[in-house]
Design a protein around this ligand. Structure first.
Ligand code: ADP
Length: 495
């Protein structure tokens, strides 16, 4: 029966494929690691063909393992690490250099110049972003300014730009397109009229002819060509395209204004659906397009915590007080409270609402009575407090009162972390059975376009809750804990 959807999830560390049944169940999956290239301190690259080939290999394996026939597959969807930039030759398909990864800081001086030239406000007003090296715009400029001959070729219309979604789709179907969620992270799209912006292209020296067409994420992105290894999938339509964080919000069923999700991965990504209003943040959060469905845009406010699950990794690899991340809860449960210990995990600075890249970690309140358990508990609390600060900023910016936080990501396995989150925020924290929400979100987008689902109400019903963590702490106590946390943060902030 044709009704299965293949989701390609091209992430920073791995390329994964998940195949979903029409009922939203994962029936097969496969993954391949992506080699990281660090040519200099602060620089991060990927080989574009490694991204493509690992994706195709995982697709081949997942499809073979599923036991499905090609006639069972209704559509393919693509979700991806956002902002990572590829520039390639339109005729030969050869990238002019490695992909410049979102984490790469090489264009920080370009961003400093944009700010010094007083362009920060214009960029924020049009794109919802703060000038930062994360976003693709300055990465394209860097490639055209630095790779010999690239600018001349671009001016002659011989080069194409794409974020990873476009690079994969162009290779799979021959269509040069992207969707609004990915385009809104390039610093080149006006999020109000949903089009590439001529003025921004001029400011960043990016010829408009190299940009992909912006299409609705739930819609046609062409049909898969005959490709070695996956010949059986020739002719299947790519009907979904969405950046990873927006895909997770969609996969969590956060379709209405006021719904939010947090992903507890290495870092944490919090997204709040603000409906058809692009809310401008006063606290350094970003405004992006979530998706465009039926011609109507849904906007999001986005914030990130640099160090989330990485704190647990540090307890394991740095401090060596646990052997595995999964032991953190048991260690933290050996004590009943943090014993006055606070842990601000500012290993690499602090993001919104503090924005201090020079900040460094602080472990404070230690006494002779401090045990390893207190440190483990303070580490989990430090993650929950950072997310609470982000959500507090979002609530202020959007004037929205959050009722439930939907959660996913590797560290959402920690029940103690999620209970603390519920206690501190005073809202329910809801963890679904399927925490692979990114792939699910992309699959649902394609499923809507394929007619497998009629609307988002139907998709909402596919989400099953594993556990709801309800607030069990008096509001006064939660506020006291937050006040203590903020005192600890003051010690971490250097500026
Ligand atoms: P990413 O996609 O960023 O690589 P994942 O979503 O796979 O991250 O989550 C990995 C993170 O989750 C790691 O930092 C790890 O420390 C943390 N983690 C995994 N299991 C647990 C657990 N049981 N308790 C706390 N943290 C955990």
């Amino acid at each position: 029966m044709a009704g299965y959807i293949i989701a390609l999830d091209q992430g920073t560390t791995s390329s994964r494929t998940m195949i979903f049944s029409p009922e939203g169940q994962v029936v097969a999956s496969a993954r391949r690691d992506v080699p990281q290239i660090y040519p200099r301190s602060g620089w991060v690259e990927h080989d574009p063909f490694a991204l493509l080939n690992t994706q195709i290999q995982s697709l081949k394996e997942a499809f073979e393992n599923s036991g499905l026939k090609s006639t069972d597959i209704a559509a393919v969807a693509v979700t991806n690490q956002r902002e990572t930039t590829v520039v390639w030759d339109k005729i030969t398909g050869e990238p002019v250099c490695n992909a410049v990864v979102w984490q790469c800081r090489r264009t920080a001086p370009v961003c400093d110049r944009l700010c010094a030239d007083g362009l920060g406000d214009l960029i924020k007003a049009k794109t919802g972003l703060l000038p930062d090296a994360y976003f693709s715009g300055t990465k394209i400029k860097w490639i055209l300014d630095t790779v010999p001959g690239a600018r001349e070729k671009a001016q002659k219309g011989q080069l194409l730009f794409g974020t990873v979604d476009s690079w994969l789709i162009w290779n799979l179907t021959g269509v040069h397109a992207t969707d609004h969620s990915n385009a809104s992270r390039t610093m080149l799209m006006d999020i109000h009229n949903l089009r590439w912006d001529g003025e921004l292209c001029e400011i960043l020296d990016v010829p408009a002819n190299m940009l992909p067409e912006i299409r609705n994420g739930s819609g046609s992105f062409g049909k898969i060509k005959k490709i070695k290894g996956i010949e059986a999938l020739e002719g299947i339509a790519v009907l979904g395209c969405v950046g990873d964080q927006q895909a997770a919000l969609f996969g969590q069923g956060c379709f209405s204004a006021g719904q939010a999700k947090n992903t507890y991965g290495t870092g944490c990504f919090t997204l709040l659906n603000t409906g058809d209003i692009p809310v401008a943040s006063e606290s350094g959060l970003l405004t992006s397009v979530g998706w465009v469905l039926g011609g109507k845009p849904t906007y999001v406010l986005e914030g990130s915590v640099f160090n989330g699950g990485s704190v647990i990794q540090w307890l394991r690899d740095g401090l060596k007080i646990i052997d595995a991340a999964s032991e953190c809860d048991a260690l933290a449960a050996t004590v009943t409270d943090n014993g006055g210990v606070h842990f601000v995990p500012a290993f690499t600075g602090m993001g919104a609402p503090y924005w201090d890249m020079e900040a460094r970690g602080v472990l404070c309140g230690i006494t002779r009575g401090t045990e390893r358990g207190h440190i483990a508990r303070a580490a989990l609390e430090g993650v929950a407090f950072q997310v609470a600060d982000l959500i507090d900023a979002m609530k202020k910016d959007a004037g929205i009162d959050l009722r439930t936080l939907r959660v996913d990501g590797g560290a959402s396995a920690s029940g103690l972390l999620l209970q603390m989150q519920a206690d501190i925020l005073g809202v329910d924290v809801d963890r679904p059975v399927n925490i692979e929400t990114t792939a699910a979100g992309a699959a649902y987008m394609a499923g809507l376009a394929a007619g497998i689902f009629t609307d988002t109400d139907e998709i909402e019903k596919l989400r099953n809750t594993d556990k709801v963590f309800r607030p069990a702490m008096a509001a006064g106590e939660a506020q006291l804990k937050l006040d203590q946390w903020h005192k600890a943060v003051e010690r971490a902030i250097l500026k």
